[in-house]
Design a protein around this ligand. Structure first.
Ligand code: ZN
Length: 161
């Protein structure tokens, strides 16, 4: 397993819902989490390692190991987080996106398929929003909220269309 960098096509692939839970899925998520921490990241989406399933790992607020399967944001605060976000698929690149809410409530399934809900704020809220964008095949570097000039510069640098 390795972390794919932009402009790898996997990063522009819309991931599919996970419907089969069990040991195999757990092994994949454990491997993703290990790779993520080894790479000094706090979040990693499945398509960043070439798996086209709706799941991501995150190092939570209490240094928790968190697995999110079929995640969706069910509510968000109106305030903007205003936090610089980076990405293991674009090392050294940071952007601040005005659309990132400072707090989000996310519904997801754990590795056993059990439904859970949690509220995250600050950097963890930004991470959840960033990872779900990955699962939808979207890049933070191509967000419409960035100016055209910046988007063009980033697209050129990362060889994106
Ligand atoms: Zn990322």
């Amino acid at each position: 397993m390795e972390i794919l960098k932009f402009p790898h096509p996997s990063l522009f692939t819309i991931c599919k819902e996970v419907s089969v839970f069990g040991e195999e899925l757990n092994i994949l998520l454990e491997s993703m989490f290990e790779l993520m921490t080894k790479s000094n990241g706090i979040g990693l989406a499945a398509n960043q390692v070439g798996l086209h399933y709706r799941m991501f790992t995150m190092q939570g607020p209490e240094d928790e190991k968190l697995f999110f399967i079929n995640p969706r944001i069910i509510s968000r605060s109106s305030g903007a987080a205003n936090i610089r976000e980076g990405c293991l698929s674009a090392p050294g690149e940071f952007v601040v996106l005005p659309e990132r809410s400072t707090s989000v409530e996310v519904e997801f399934q754990n590795e056993k398929g059990e439904y859970q809900k949690r509220i995250f704020s600050g950097i963890f809220a930004v991470c959840v929003q960033h990872e779900i964008d990955h699962l939808d095949g979207k890049s933070h570097l191509q967000s419409k909220s960035l100016s055209r000039q910046i988007r063009r510069k980033l697209a050129k640098k990362w060889h994106m269309k």
